[in-house]
Design a binder for this molecule. Structure first.
Ligand SMILES: C[S@@+](CC[C@H](N)C(=O)[O-])C[C@H]1O[C@@H](n2cnc3c(N)ncnc32)[C@H](O)[C@@H]1O
Length: 270
């Protein structure tokens, strides 16, 4: 499976009765980053941001604020993290407080599509793994670009087809070939909008395996420890279906990358 993006885009969890945010919170209990790229790769990317002093960074769909905390530790910047999930917002605020970064990081509980930050006011605008908020990658790049200053950064995490998807996979997961582009296609989407492409980090199989398997682990343990929770049967059915799709198809067919773009690059994008 492709992670939250695929689920939300194709309504994989649309018929779910249990609270969607509770479902994601349980499955991601053991994740620091709720996306498949390894911590080391995200750290490397944060180092490449090369933010100016007192930079302002916006992180829409910030999850548990791991990216915000690491960025604020690495650079002298202030961050605004926005997330819709009350579970992740609570985790994010606790993490920021524990890190002693309350003065540097503000966490806002809101739908990212309703965030009304000042246009062209951020040195970097980030969304790792929630491009359904703006209807896909292009809409996400346009939204993030509107908040980035000229010469500022636009950082987006997005799935891609590693190989042509099998018909069985598409049918079972409710995906279509157009659910994702390729890695090159994702890069081209940004370039086509006039963004400069500075870098990309790609999840490898080990990264994906860890991201997926920690969800099985978290759900199985939750089920064992909370047998009286009426949500457990639905939780387990969904997580195990996702697990089976991943093992059968997703592991080979879907990739995930974080793209580092620049708004209004000095050299024309190509
Ligand atoms: C794949 S996770 C990524 C989290 C974080 N960016 C990271 O990499 O750890 C997707 C995140 O999007 C959030 N989300 C989903 N829909 C959203 C929306 N409409 N507005 C804001 N956040 C949303 C979820 O709560 C979740 O934290």
């Amino acid at each position: 499976m492709a992670g939250l993006a695929a689920e939300l885009r194709v309504g994989w969890t649309a018929g779910m009765i249990m609270d969607l945010w509770k479902y994601f919170a349980i499955g991601h209990e053991h994740h620091l980053f709720c996306n498949p790229v390894s911590e080391a790769k995200v750290d490397e990317l944060i180092g490449l941001l090369a933010l100016p002093d007192e930079a302002r960074v916006l992180d829409i769909a910030c999850g548990k604020a791991e990216f915000s905390v690491r960025t604020a530790r690495r650079w002298n910047c202030s961050m605004v993290g926005v997330d819709i999930s009350p579970y992740f917002v609570a985790d994010a605020r606790a993490k920021v407080e524990k890190a002693g970064l309350e003065d540097a990081i503000e966490i806002v509980e809101s739908d990212g599509s309703e965030y009304s930050g000042k246009p062209s006011s951020f040195d970097a605008a980030v969304c790792l793994g929630a491009s359904w908020i703006w209807g896909g990658l292009e809409g996400t790049l346009l939204a993030l670009s509107s908040w980035a200053k000229p010469g500022g950064l636009v950082v987006v995490g997005e799935p891609f087809w590693r190989t042509a998807p099998s018909r069985d996979h598409l049918e079972a997961a409710g995906l279509t070939e157009s659910s994702f582009s390729t890695h090159q296609g994702n890069a081209q989407t940004g370039l086509g909008l006039g963004l400069g492409l500075l870098h990309a980090v790609v999840a490898n199989e080990d990264d994906w395996d860890r991201y997926e398997a920690y969800q099985w682990y978290a759900a199985e343990l939750y089920g064992l420890r909370n047998p009286d929770d009426p949500d457990v049967p639905e939780l387990m059915a969904n997580v195990r279906k996702r697990r089976d799709h991943y093992l059968q198809w997703g592991r080979n067919e879907i990739g995930w990358a974080v793209y580092l773009f620049m708004k209004d690059p000095v050299l024309p994008a190509a």
